[in-house]
Design a protein around this ligand. Sequence first.
Ligand SMILES: NC(=O)c1ccc[n+]([C@@H]2O[C@H](COP(=O)([O-])OP(=O)(O)OC[C@H]3O[C@@H](n4cnc5c(N)ncnc54)[C@H](O)[C@@H]3O)[C@@H](O)[C@H]2O)c1
Ligand SMILES: [Zn+2]
Length: 405
Amino acid sequence: MARFTLPRDIYHGKGSLAELKNLKGKKAIICVGGGSMKRFGFLDRAKAYLEEAGMEVALFEGIESDPSVETVMKGAAAMQEFGPDWIVAIGGGSPIDAAKAMWIKYEYPECTFEDMCKVFGIPELRRKAHFCAVSSTSGTATEVTAFSIITDYEKGTKYPIADFEITPDVAIVDPELAETMPKKLVAHTGMDAMTHAIEAYVSTANCDFTDPLAIHAIEMIQKDLIPSYNGDMAARDRMHNAQCLAGMAFSNALLGIVHSMAHKTGAVFADYGAHIIHGAANAMYLPKVIAFNAKDPVAKKRYGVIADYMHLGGKDDDEKVALLIADLRRMNDELNIPHCIKNYGADSYPTEQGFVPEEVFLERLSGIAERAIGDACTGSNPRQPSQEEMEKLLKCCYYDLDVDF
Ligand SMILES: NC(=O)c1ccc[n+]([C@@H]2O[C@H](COP(=O)([O-])OP(=O)(O)OC[C@H]3O[C@@H](n4cnc5c(N)ncnc54)[C@H](O)[C@@H]3O)[C@@H](O)[C@H]2O)c1
Ligand SMILES: [Zn+2]
C-alpha cells in the first residue's frame, strides 16, 4: 500500500494570489521572511485580500533563511496568543517551512522539537487552523510538500520534519511573486527543483502517480531554467509551475543521497565563513550521484528514460547516462555554479580555491559521510552506499573526480 497526498487546492497562474480573498475563516496570521515580500508589495496585497475575506489579520515577520528552532517556538507563541484559524505563509522555503513547524506547536503546545522530528509521527492537525502556502521562489515546492526543514543551530544540523499532516491545505503558485527573484536565487532554486525531479524519478518509492510529474518537471526545467536565469519572464513563470510539479512528485516518491549529502555539508563549514547553499550543493553533487547510482541496473534504465525525454541522444543506456551527466554540467556552467566544493567560493561562484580548505574537508570527511548515510533521504536512494563508498563519493564532489565505483 502506498499513499499519494497533495493540497486540496492548488491555485496557479498570474493573479492567483487574489484567491486569498476566498478563504473562509475569522482570523489569519501571515508568516513571512526578512523583507522581500514586503518590499515588492506582496505582503500588503495578501493582507488586503484576507481582510476582504472578512478576517482579522496578524503578521509574524522576520523569519530568517534556514529558520531556527527558536523562531519556530516564537511564532507558535504568537499563534497561541492570537488564535488564528488560518495560517498563511508567504515567501521562499524558509518562512513556509518555519510556519509549518509553528503550526504543529500551535496545535499541540506540549509537542517538543524532538517530537516533531519523528518521521511520520505528527498527530492530527487542523483542529485549530488550516494552512495556506504562497511560494515566492521556484525550487523547494514546500507549498505542496509534506516536509519542513528546521535548523538546530546549537547542534549545527538541519532536521527534516516529514509527515503528510503538514502538507498544506491550499497552495498558491503565482508566478508574479517569482519574477522579483535575483539571478543567483533563480539558479540555485532551479537546480534544487531539477534535483527533486530526478531523485524522485529514480527513488525506490517512485510510482505511477509520481513518475509523470517528475518527468514533465524535468523536461520543463531543462527547457526553461537557463532562459529564466537570463531574464525571460515567460520562462520564469513556467519554472514556477515546473518546480511545483517536481515537489508533487518528491513529496510522495521521496528523494535520494544528493539531498543527504547536501543536508550534511550545507552548514558544516560555516566556521570557514559560508554555507554551501542547498541548491548549489545539489547541482554539484547530482552528476556524481547519477554516475554512482547508474551501477544499479534499474536506476540506469530510468536515467536513460530521463535522457530520452531531454532529447540528449545516445545509443544505449551507458551513453545516455554519460550524456545526462554532461548536460547537467552544462547547465551548471551556464548558471555560474561550480562543479565541486574545492571551487565553491564563499559567494557561491566558481573560483580557483573555494572557502573550504582541503585539509578541513579531509578532517571532517568521515563524520559527514556517516551523517549523510543516516539522513532521512538515504533510504529511498536506488543504491545504498557503504561508509567507504560515501567517503569516496564526497571526495569526488570535493575534487570534481569521475565516479567509477
Ligand atoms: N520543505 C521542503 O520540502 C524543502 C525542500 C528543499 C529545501 N528546503 C529548505 O528551504 C530553505 C531554502 O528555501 P529557498 O531556497 O526558497 O530560499 P529562502 O526562503 O531561504 O530565501 C532566500 C532569500 O531569497 C529572498 N527571496 C525569496 N523570494 C524572493 C523573491 N521572489 N524575490 C526576491 N527575493 C526573494 C528571501 O528574502 C531570502 O533572503 C532551506 O532551509 C532548505 O533546507 C525545504
Ligand atoms: Zn531540495
